[in-house]
Design a protein around this ligand. Structure first.
Ligand SMILES: [Zn+2]
Length: 469
């Protein structure tokens, strides 16, 4: 067996791990690398392997850093199945098209710049048609259903509890050459236990070869209940002073979690049932419909909540409004009463959130609520750091609104939670590979797996590195 690491090693984006088992080439994830524009374009455009030589793709979940380069893979000659869970397939139907759209805008901007320097225009990595074409190769399977992908190779997905449809990939392999039976486990992105809507990450009790994520390999998250209490306090105090709460949030996952938490607060009368709540993002609205389509993926708490709630919808209640059209979105600019507006993008780099920030950050009664990690150099990060003046659409605005941050909403297991999950594996794996983390986090987790759990043979692979195991 051979494993080659082509992305999300010593970094968190561009997940692509290529397995060669019994002569079959299986790609785990085919994500987009997200970094500086030039570097991203070069890395994503040039696949590090011959696309036509790949037999199958196994996709852990729909996040773009795991799925986003599939249209390019298909466009470059990949003809096989892309196997994932049903919700992942449905989320990809909106996310890959959205990704094609964003790349279209990006390339337009880039080509304008190139034209000024008399350089020829460049092509987008893929377009809408490529995104739609790639969807034709998806094959959905349910959790906990062993599925033979090649003779002697069985795939089972277990719930990873990270976003809707996210999966831990387990491959039970009968190796032809050695006649050995071995189990390879790829954690994908692992969620946190006790998060709303989603199940806890499934425990896995055996693995001979383990690939484990390490986003928070060196950090612990605050308590989840603390996060909900903080949400209640921020909404109530802002409304009391007549202000609005503006929340930049990722359209898939974070928005649905926020809406559900607010729904619970409203039902418990912890916040006023008369307070209007808006989700102003077409992508988030589409993603919410997909969340509604997959009750089989909900945890017990939501199932119970649905029985008790009068709306029968975790994402809908009297004052909850989804604004899809541009006219509806623009109407929010004239809103004078307290409200909560949740909009994308999550790091306030693009999308409708920019309009809401522009219209609201100069009013000290308002609060900008940050609910996710903000990358350096983004507007979101500037707001977290409370820069007194920020640029939006090229204009300068004074930051007079309050900025509050809730850190507890992370969709990734923290250090203790990663160790606890890995500790469920009864006999230490023969080989462990640490992926999906910045270098510091990956090495910290490698060290802890070795010292705390007795895992030997733990590697933090480098980009392009191949292991024969
Ligand atoms: Zn993810």
């Amino acid at each position: 067996m051979q494993i080659q690491f082509h992305g999300a090693v010593r970094t968190v984006t561009g997940s692509q791990h290529l397995l060669t088992i019994n002569g079959h080439r299986i790609l785990l994830d085919c994500g987009l690398y997200q970094g500086s524009r030039k570097e991203s374009y070069r890395r994503n455009q040039n696949l590090p392997f011959d696309a036509a030589s790949i037999d199958k793709v196994i996709l852990s979940h729909a996040h773009i850093d795991h799925s986003g380069n599939l249209p390019n893979l298909v466009k470059s000659g990949f003809k096989g199945d892309i196997i994932c869970t049903y919700p992942t397939r449905d989320l990809c139907a909106i996310m890959l098209r959205d990704s094609a759209k964003i790349q279209g805008y990006d390339i337009q901007y880039l080509n304008k710049k190139r034209a000024r320097h008399n350089l020829p225009p460049v092509e987008p990595i893929y377009d809408m048609e490529d995104a739609v074409d790639s969807l034709k190769q998806f094959v959905g399977i349910g959790y906990n259903r062993p599925f033979q992908i090649f003779p002697g190779i069985y795939l089972t997905f277990y719930d990873a509890g990270h976003i809707l449809g996210s999966a831990i990939t387990v491959l039970d392999i009968e190796e032809e050459e050695t006649k050995q039976s071995r189990r390879l486990v790829f954690s994908g992105d692992l969620g946190r236990p006790n998060r709303p809507i989603l199940n806890d990450p499934s425990p896995i009790d055996s693995a001979d070869i383990l690939l484990i994520e390490s986003t928070y390999g060196n950090r612990e998250h605050p308590d989840l209940d603390e996060a909900s209490d903080k949400l209640e306090t921020i909404i109530n105090s802002t409304c009391k002073q007549g202000g609005k709460v503006i929340v930049p949030a990722f359209a898939v996952g974070r928005t649905q979690e926020l809406v559900y938490r607010i729904h619970k607060l409203v039902d418990a009368r912890d916040i006023s049932p008369d307070l209007p709540i808006y989700v102003d993002s077409p992508l988030a609205i589409d993603a919410t419909s997909i969340y509604r389509l997959h009750p089989e993926a909900y945890d017990e708490e939501v199932a119970r909540f649905l029985l008790e709630s009068h709306t029968g919808d975790p994402f809908g209640f009297a004052m909850m409004q989804y604004t899809r059209s541009t006219a509806q979105s623009k109407a929010l600019n004239h809103l004078r009463q307290p409200a909560v507006i949740i909009s994308a993008s999550g790091m306030a780099e693009a999308g409708r959130i920019l309009h809401h920030l522009k219209n609201n950050i100069e009013d000290p009664r308002n609060t900008v609520l940050i609910v996710g990690w903000q990358a350096p150099h983004t507007l979101g990060r500037r707001l977290v750091e409370e820069e007194p003046e920020v640029k939006i659409f090229g204009e300068r605005y004074q930051l007079k609104a309050q900025v509050s941050t809730i850190n507890g909403f992370s969709a990734h297991a923290d250090r203790s939670e990663l160790l606890e999950w890995a500790g469920g594996i009864k006999t230490p794996p023969q080989h462990t590979f640490i992926v999906h983390g910045e270098e510091g986090s990956s090495f910290a987790l490698a060290d802890a797996l070795n010292k705390n759990l007795g895992f030997e043979n733990v590697s933090v692979p480098e980009m392009g590195q191949t292991f024969h195991i």
